[in-house]
Design a protein. Structure first.
Length: 117
């Protein structure tokens, strides 16, 4: 299993970013996929999930209405559109299979999102 996240960066409050995760080594289209985030010294937090066919999505209350998860099963990618970013959204963002917990133990490096004025 390989999960490679990209798209993070430094953005001002209120700004936007689009994160991408390229997945390989498993039957991507048969798994729900999620995004998680983690700050140093803190537990990993689930952020958003999408069903295997993309028909249903779920979000943590902290990001609902601001973030949008989507997937492309033809490209084995899952994306997270981050809008109206807040200082507290600063974290390293990871993707993994699963609806609310990461199913695979091999997490990727993640992509750093820093929201700062």
């Amino acid at each position: 299993v390989q999960l490679v996240e990209s798209g993070g960066g430094l953005v001002q409050p209120g700004g936007s970013l689009r994160l991408s995760c390229a997945a390989s080594g498993f039957a991507f289209s048969t798994y729900p996929m999620s995004w998680f985030r983690q700050a140093p010294g803190k537990e990993r937090e689930w952020v958003a999930a999408v069903t295997n066919a993309g028909g249903r999505r779920n979000y943590a209350d902290s990001v609902k209405g601001r973030f949008t998860i989507s997937r492309d099963n033809a490209k084995n990618t899952v994306t997270l559109q981050l809008n109206s970013l807040k200082l507290k959204d600063t974290d390293v963002y990871h993707c993994n299979a699963g609806w609310s917990k990461g199913l695979f133990k091999d997490w990727g490096q993640g992509t750093q999102v820093t929201v700062s004025s």
